[in-house]
Design a binder for this molecule. Structure first.
Ligand code: PLP
Length: 415
């Protein structure tokens, strides 16, 4: 008898056909949902190249401390909580370097399960279920990474889940009333997963005023906000602006948790550079919480990887490199915002009678186009454009070279 004969292949994601089409596609232009430049090429930021030049030959290959690079953590906290944050000065934040955003979420989920075993997590509908969905003429997406989701992370940590209303399909915007209702109706003291900015997959974010109302209601209900911030700077082009939701909750006196990722905003996808932080009552509690986070990480991966942390800390601790990064992250965000405008304008000048306002109202990498699965099928079959059947477009894959083609195809299948 075989030891592993009973092991069946893991369930296929419904989108796998798209992945297979991608893998079979010989086009050199195919993309996998990561950011591309206007020629469809992968991007390594100049600030990253310069950091690597400075690191080269100077770093040793020792282990990082269990909690990761102190310098990288400190810079990450400044970015999320604010350069002059009193919480940083008071050492009230327990933080560890994490395996990018996914690792930060998972570590938090495990921590939640260990220390609040009866708690649940509320996850927005829909949420990040990261299947590949860039579209490109003759090309698409396939990256096993993109099959992860918040649901799976908290499921594997054995934390029970609930969902809360988020997206309003008719307006292709936020269902604010539904969302507030669900916050109100949740049991007092519940955990909520909040996308700090550039909600994935919808691209729909609450306004500042709506965040304030949300924060107020969280306070009344004593809920715990856990922010997943995978796109700081990548959404608006300004990391301070993208941290606004977190800052509002901090001003209102919430304790928060926060997952940070440098995958998108520094283009460090494969380096797995991120940070998990939890704001505590005081320094003593922060020390205790950090030691427990390390304790959870220890038997899983011992300590986090060195190279990405060196890149991040080199960039963020050097004013000149940090400025270059700020310029480059704005460049990426602006390119995507520009493509949104171009897509909308192209559709309008083709005479589309539908409203495409939501393309420019939404923010971040993704656009919830509102196309039906049947329309998406036609895009694929007739125009070689691949995207997920829920109509989600990855704007990062749209370029000056393909936006007109794309607009024309969308117009053809939606008129
Ligand atoms: N959270 C959200 C909302 C995301 O969209 C992503 C990536 O797309 C992640 C977390 C994690 O990505 P990574 O683990 O590469 O940092």
């Amino acid at each position: 008898a075989s030891w592993f004969g009973h092991v069946e292949p893991a369930a296929k994601d419904p989108i796998l056909g798209v992945t297979e089409a991608f893998l079979a596609d010989p086009s050199p232009d195919k993309v996998n949902g990561a950011y591309r430049d206007d020629n469809g090429r992968p991007v390594v930021l100049e600030c990253v190249r310069e950091a690597e030049r400075r690191i080269a030959g100077n770093a040793n290959m020792e282990y990082l401390p269990m909690g990761g690079s102190m310098k990288m953590i400190e810079e990450s906290l400044k970015l999320a909580y604010g350069e002059d944050s009193e919480f940083l000065k008071d050492k009230r934040i327990a933080a560890v370097q994490a395996l990018s955003g996914t690792g930060a979420c998972r570590l938090f989920a495990d921590f939640q399960k260990r220390f609040l075993p009866d708690s649940q997590i509320y996850i927005p509908t829909p949420t990040w279920s990261k299947f590949p969905s860039s579209f490109l003429h003759l090309s698409v997406i396939a990256n096993p990474m993109f099959f992860l989701s918040h649901h799976n992370i908290w499921r594997d940590a054995r934390v029970p889940q609930r969902t809360f209303t988020y997206y309003h399909p008719e307006s292709r915007g936020l269902d604010f009333a539904g969302l507030m209702n669900d916050i109100q109706n949740a049991q007092d003291g519940s955990f909520f997963l909040l996308h700090a900015c550039a909600h994935n997959p919808t691209g729909v974010d609450p306004s500042e005023e709506q965040w304030r109302e949300r924060s107020f209601q969280f306070k009344a209900k004593k809920h715990f906000p856990f922010f997943d911030m995978a796109y700081q700077g990548f959404a608006s082009g300004d990391p301070e602006r993208d941290a606004k939701a977190i800052r509002i909750f901090l001003e209102d006196g919430h304790q928060i948790g926060c997952a940070q990722s440098y995958a998108k905003n520094m283009g460090l996808y494969g380096q797995r550079a991120g940070c998990l932080s939890i704001l505590c009552d005081d320094e003593m509690q922060a020390v205790a919480v950090k030691s427990q986070l390390q304790q959870i990480a220890r038997p899983m991966y011992s300590n986090p990887p060195l190279h990405g942390a060196l890149i991040v800390s080199t960039i963020l601790s050097d004013p000149e490199l940090k400025n270059l990064w700020l310029k480059e992250v704005k460049g990426m965000a602006d390119r995507i915002i520009g493509m949104r405008k171009a897509l909308k304008e192209n559709l309008e000048s083709l005479g589309s009678s539908l409203s495409w306002e939501h393309i420019t109202n939404q923010i971040g990498m993704f656009c919830h186009s509102g196309m039906t699965p049947e329309q998406v099928d036609r895009l694929t079959n007739e125009f070689h454009i691949y995207m997920t059947r829920n109509g989600r477009i990855s704007m990062a894959g749209v370029t000056s070279g393909n936006v007109a083609y794309l607009a024309n195809a969308i117009h053809e299948v939606t008129k």
